[in-house]
Design a protein around this ligand. Structure first.
Ligand code: C5P
Length: 222
């Protein structure tokens, strides 16, 4: 399966919005790899596992009972769609995501999502590690303050109470951990289209991505 677009970038860069829009437009599958790490972070917290307990964490990653039903996510049969979207779950995710054994355990699961007619994969290492042969790799960034403002708006809309200053701090902390970890650090993959979305609307970013899609997949009508 060669029709893959990867969209990587830091939290709040807009990659989730753009990746979902693109998948819907193309009629392709969508992989929200961050949701997997969030689920695992949540499951680990509930079991009282620390990020240093690598073997039990990897075992948990392999045995995770996850179901995606439309927009909703279930963990061990419980609807955790809201619980995985909090900043606490994001932070728990970034801690378990730094464990090499955990990443290895989730690799095949993610690769199995590449099915016809195509896949749009959203994450941190989609282009660099999981789908290194993807014909189009996008790396989306934005200034940290703008990313914090976007996350603030998103969380407020979901009814989650947050403080903007705390969010800026949490985003910085999470970026730092994601960028500096030894395995699959957050960085633009080779050959990626790098887009800074600071000050751009969703439509403007999406237009640029679509242009790149047309170039990468000349036979595709979009
Ligand atoms: O994208 P999202 O904010 O949902 O990701 C939550 C955390 O999961 C990230 O901060 C990152 O540490 C981790 N993650 C990752 N690799 C991915 C996707 C997410 O390490 N492909």
């Amino acid at each position: 399966m060669k029709q893959i677009v990867t969209i990587d970038g830091p939290s709040g860069s807009g990659k989730g919005t753009i990746a979902q829009l693109l998948a819907r437009n193309l009629g392709w599958h969508f992989l929200d790899s961050g949701a997997l790490y969030r689920l695992l972070g949540l499951a680990a917290e509930r079991r009282g596992l620390a990020s240093t307990q690598t073997a039990p964490l990897a075992a948990l990653a392999r045995s995770l009972r996850v179901e995606f039903v439309g927009e909703r996510v279930f963990l061990d049969g419980e609807d955790v769609s809201g619980a995985i979207r909090t900043e606490q779950a994001g932070n728990a995710a970034s801690k378990v995501a730094a464990v090499a054994e955990v990443r290895a355990a989730l690799l095949e699961w993610q690769r199995a999502c590449a099915r016809d007619p195509g896949l749009v994969a959203d994450g941190r290492d989609m282009g660099s590690v999981v789908f290194p042969d993807a014909p189009l790799k996008v790396f989306l960034t934005a200034e940290p303050e703008e990313r914090a403002r976007r996350r603030y708006k998103q969380l407020k809309e979901k009814g989650i109470d947050v403080n903007l200053a705390d969010l800026v701090e949490e985003i910085r902390e999470r970026d730092e951990r994601d960028r500096n970890r030894p395995v699959a650090p957050l960085k633009p993959p080779d050959g990626a289209l790098e887009l800074d979305s600071t000050g751009l609307s969703v439509d403007e970013v999406f237009d640029r991505v679509l242009k790149a899609v047309r170039q990468a997949f000349p036979g595709l009508v979009v």
